[in-house]
Design a protein around this ligand. Sequence first.
Ligand SMILES: Nc1nc2c(ncn2[C@@H]2O[C@H](COP(=O)(O)OP(=O)(O)O)[C@@H](O)[C@H]2O)c(=O)[nH]1
Ligand SMILES: [Mg+2]
Length: 232
Amino acid sequence: MIEYDEFENKMVLKLVYYGPALSGKTTNLLSLHDILDQDGRGDLTVLDTKDDRTIFFDLLPFFLTAPSGLKIKLKVFTVPGQVKHDATRKAVLQRADGVAFIADSQLSEETNNSESFSNLEKNLEFVGLDIEKLPLVIQFNKRDLTNIINEDDITRIWEPTGIPVVLSSALAGHGVVETFRRLVELTYGHIDRKYLLGANHGLDKNMFMQKLTGGTVNDAGFKDNRHIAAEY
Ligand SMILES: Nc1nc2c(ncn2[C@@H]2O[C@H](COP(=O)(O)OP(=O)(O)O)[C@@H](O)[C@H]2O)c(=O)[nH]1
Ligand SMILES: [Mg+2]
């Protein structure tokens, strides 16, 4: 649920990187921060320390102005993955406009992934968001490691859901921008339907993508990432 202030001509969007502890959520934002080194990208705040008591979230903001003058701030958050930080996760998830679920590809993490995804479903319901309508992208991270879930299994499980899947190695920066692009693209569609960004503000999808990611919509993203994954 977007924050839109018509009087001030300002809009604040919120994207959330969700997933189990240590799946690579913070690493995604660190890589995004490094790769998208451009106008409109703010500084990264990492509040996620290794000390259990001080784990909160990370925040990477982006800023852009539509041709109409509408100022848009896009806040990208991570949640703490550990089970006990559920209250923080709920708070971060409030009013989210889109979610990237970062799964850890290691076979040993399968239970943690599925518990975290169930937790996402439960918490979306708790904060009043409909998972069927919310822009959602799944990233299978750590493709550089061995003993990982294979691509065929990922496709078999996730393709029927229609949720876009990106294979990545966030540590190497692979698949990180693609995940963000996919999410930003879905989020644009979601918001444009309601706030007519194109019709009323002159901000079409390509311009939105260009301003946020420095690139245009890449519909071959999934294939590209399969290609990258094959390199490991
Ligand atoms: N091998 C490998 N390690 C990764 C990758 N992404 C993250 N990591 C490592 O996994 C650990 C947890 O990452 P972090 O981003 O802190 O996880 P978070 O708890 O989800 O924020 C760190 O040691 C990262 O360096 C990846 O793509 N490949
Ligand atoms: Mg983290």
